[in-house]
Write a protein that binds this ligand. Structure first.
Ligand SMILES: N=c1c2ncn([C@@H]3O[C@H](COP(=O)(O)OP(=O)(O)OP(=O)(O)O)[C@@H](O)[C@H]3O)c2ncn1[C@@H]1O[C@H](COP(=O)(O)O)[C@@H](O)[C@H]1O
Length: 121
């Protein structure tokens, strides 16, 4: 991945931020501003729809369609992050934190902690 591609999330996030009503986003001319105007339920509905469309593309096994739907899913997830004042960098930091950490080991550690915290009857 080139530096330019790595910067895309930050650039798209900056445009999303600029579309917030407080930053002058205009629902008449901007899809993102229109979604912010509709509010959190509408944003989350789009995230759910795009997740379903990603699943359907996966079932079809069409590589190009999968890329297209995941792009829609990431894009709408970024609008949801922006709604909560969060940045994609924070998700990237979390992914980086998990690098090299086996998912199975992490699950085992979490299960052990939950069992230890469970109140004894
Ligand atoms: N990456 C995207 C992007 N991906 C998808 N979409 C839009 O998201 C919508 C996806 O909805 P669907 O696929 O469900 O199609 P639809 O049925 O037309 O949509 P709905 O009526 O259900 O909302 C479409 O209208 C797409 O055009 C996007 N719209 C904008 N961007 C980025 O956001 C920037 C700002 O966009 P504006 O706010 O519109 O200027 C753009 O320059 C792009 O970089």
């Amino acid at each position: 991945m080139s530096a330019t591609e790595a910067d895309i999330l930050a650039r798209v996030a900056a445009v999303i931020e600029s579309r917030k009503p407080a930053n002058g986003g205009d629902p008449a001319t901007s899809y993102v501003a229109k979604l912010f105007d509709k509010g959190l339920d509408a944003i989350l509905k789009k995230v759910g729809e795009e997740a379903c469309e990603t699943v359907m593309a996966g079932k079809d096994g069409d590589a190009q369609k999968i890329v297209y739907e995941v792009a829609d899913l990431w894009f709408h997830s970024m609008i949801a992050l922006a709604h909560f004042g969060l940045k994609p960098e924070q998700v990237l930091v979390e992914l980086a934190r998990r690098e090299g950490l086996s998912g199975l080991q992490e699950f085992a550690a979490r299960s052990k902690k939950a069992a230890e915290e469970e109140p004894n009857d």
